[in-house]
Design a protein around this ligand. Structure first.
Ligand code: AN7
Length: 350
């Protein structure tokens, strides 16, 4: 059943209405990649990356989107709408396309990574840029979906969380139990909320244990660490450039109940962790490196101890989503004439 998509695979654990008609791109079943070298550097833990960038549209959003779109389609909706920092937009566009729904996506002007915008356009969404932040765009889509028959597919939609719980189930299925720690980036806070729901549910049914949650924001967009909304969030990790998380309260509660925490890391730490993951052969978009950057920061401050323990880092989106985050920091590759001598001189050490 591994290739059936998350709704079929975990249907008994997902609270979805009877009218749901499965719309899937065979999302989920992403690899849990051991990264022993990096684990040794990070407190000597037994480290794994859950590489969610390998979902059909390149991010974890597909898990929740298959659920939200399947419900909307099954009840006869004709159009869906979301606000997005990019990945939700691309995912909504793809799943809507799959079943012939109209998809409208609102994005913050100029702040969406190339691969995400291109995806949303490629899948045929109606893309609208808003002169404002993600938070402004979210307020608008909530208002319009209350006024018109357009289904909201942001993670305020409860079915999004139902689908996203599947990642917690997969991790327990792979490891045979929950890890000691789960680290992940936090933006609008739907994902950390869904993981906690999923781990708790699996534990209730199968006794798989509970992880401690380490949710990580960027310092320029850290409302859950500051304790108040951020009016003008800024971070290189544009995916989590969010100042008023819709599920902020639930995220704080999840961190507390799990005896975990939510912290913030600088952009430089995020980019440096992105680079270290790439050295393990795993290229993720900047936001996706935040979880491990947070782990490193907590270890450095001696706030946690993970030696010999299983730690799973959720890498939420693929590096290809945001190629500019690499190329704008790198010199262009050197250019040589098509001749042997200069090539030898360039690459062969004496
Ligand atoms: C790669 O696409 O909010 O805390 O509109 O794209 O559940 O919001 C994306 C969020 C982490 C944060 N990593 O997840 C959107 C959007 C990546 C993301 C997050 C996002 P949440």
């Amino acid at each position: 059943m591994a290739s059936a998509g998350v709704l079929s695979r975990y249907r008994v654990f997902l609270d979805l209405p009877a009218h749901t008609q499965v719309v899937t791109l065979l999302e989920g079943d992403t690899p849990l990649i051991p990264v022993p070298r990096l684990g040794a550097e990070l407190g000597g833990c037994d480290l794994y990356v859950k590489f969610e960038g390998l979902n059909p549209t390149g991010s974890f959003k597909d898990r929740g989107m298959t659920a939200a779109i399947s419900e909307a389609y099954g009840r006869g909706a004709k159009a869906v709408i979301c606000a997005s920092t990019g990945n939700t937009a691309a995912s909504a566009a793809a799943y809507a396309a799959r079943c012939g729904l109209r998809a409208i996506v609102l994005i913050p002007e100029g702040k969406v990574a190339t691969g995400k915008l291109a995806g949303a356009v490629a899948y045929g969404a109606e893309v609208i840029q808003i002169q404002g932040s993600f938070d402004d765009a979210l307020s608008l889509v909530v208002a319009i979906s209350e006024k018109h028959p357009i289904a909201l597919v942001n993670s305020l939609n409860p079915y999004r969380l139902e689908g996203q719980k599947s990642a917690a189930f997969e991790i327990c299925d792979s490891l045979g139990r929950a890890p000691a720690w789960l680290c992940l980036p936090v933006g609008n806070a739907g994902n950390i909320t869904a993981y906690w729901m999923g781990f708790r549910q699996y534990h209730q049914h199968l006794g798989t244990g509970l992880p401690r949650l380490l949710g990580v924001q960027a310092t320029g967009a850290a409302p859950l660490v500051l304790g108040y909304p951020v009016e003008h969030p800024e971070t290189v990790a544009t995916a989590i450039r969010i100042g008023r998380p819709a599920r902020g309260e639930q995220a704080l509660q999840a961190a507390e109940e799990s005896n975990g925490r939510i912290l913030a890391v600088e952009d430089e730490a995020i980019l440096s962790m992105q680079h270290r993951l790439a050295q393990e052969g795993i290229w993720v978009e900047p936001a996706s490196a935040a979880g491990l950057a947070g782990l490193e920061s907590a270890l450095h401050a001696r706030e946690i101890e993970v030696r010999g323990q299983q730690v799973v880092a959720v890498c939420t989106g693929h590096g290809l989503k945001d190629p500019d985050s690499i190329t704008r920091r790198m010199p262009a590759p050197r250019l040589l004439p098509a001749e042997l001598a200069p090539l030898e001189e360039a690459i062969i050490q004496p």
